[in-house]
Design a protein around this ligand. Structure first.
Ligand SMILES: [Cu+2]
Length: 174
C-alpha cells in the first residue's frame, strides 16, 4: 500500500524532479545561453607559454561572445588560424557572434581560444575553468564558466591538419 503510493507520487512528480532535487544543476542547464561541448586543450611542457583550447560552441539564442577568461593564463583570446602564403597566421577576434541553433567548431588548424602567458603547465587529466562573457539577445551581459579537459600532449583532435600544428609555436600577428 505504502509502496504503490510512493510510486504514484514519484510518477506524478517525475517531470518536476529536477526542480525539487537538483535545483542548481537545472537552473544552469536551462539558462545556459551558450552550450560548450568537448572543450579540451593539449597538455603543455614546462617552458611552454601558450596553449590552444578547442571545443564545439552552440547557442540557445543569438549571442555574442565578448571575451574569455581563465585563471591559468594571463590572457585568453579567441583566435582564427589560417595559412597565408604558406605561413601560419593567427588573427585575434575581438568578439564572436553565434546564431541560435548553429554549431561553431573550434578545432586544430582553425578557430581556438588562445591562452597566453600560462601561469603553470597544464597537466594531462586535469581540467581548467574557462569563463565566457556573453551578450545575450536581450542585451544583458552574463558570464558562463565551463571546464576544459587537459588531454595528452600527442592529442591531434578531430580535423587536425598537420604535425606542424603541434607545437603551436607559429607567430602571432599581433
Ligand atoms: Cu592562437
Amino acid at each position: 500500500m505504502f509502496y504503490s503510493m510512493r510510486t504514484r507520487f514519484f510518477a506524478a512528480w517525475a517531470p518536476r524532479f529536477c526542480v525539487a532535487s537538483v535545483l542548481m544543476l537545472c537552473v544552469s542547464a536551462v539558462h545556459a545561453q551558450l552550450v560548450v561541448r568537448n572543450a579540451w586543450v593539449r597538455a603543455t611542457v614546462a617552458q611552454q607559454n601558450t596553449a590552444a583550447v578547442f571545443m564545439s560552441l552552440s547557442a540557445q539564442e543569438d549571442i555574442v561572445v565578448l571575451s574569455v577568461h581563465t585563471p591559468v593564463a594571463q590572457t585568453a583570446e579567441l583566435h582564427m588560424m589560417s595559412m597565408e602564403d604558406n605561413v601560419m597566421r593567427m588573427r585575434h577576434l575581438p568578439q564572436l557572434a553565434l546564431k541560435r541553433g548553429k554549431t561553431f567548431l573550434l578545432k586544430p588548424g582553425g578557430y581556438h581560444v588562445m591562452l597566453m602567458d600560462l601561469k603553470h603547465a597544464l597537466k594531462e587529466g586535469t581540467t581548467l575553468p574557462l569563463s565566457f562573457t556573453i551578450k545575450r539577445a536581450n542585451g544583458t551581459v552574463v558570464q558562463q564558466t565551463i571546464a576544459a579537459t587537459v588531454r595528452s600532449i600527442n592529442e591531434m583532435g578531430t580535423g587536425a591538419i598537420s604535425s606542424s600544428d603541434d607545437s603551436h609555436s607559429h607567430k602571432h600577428a599581433h
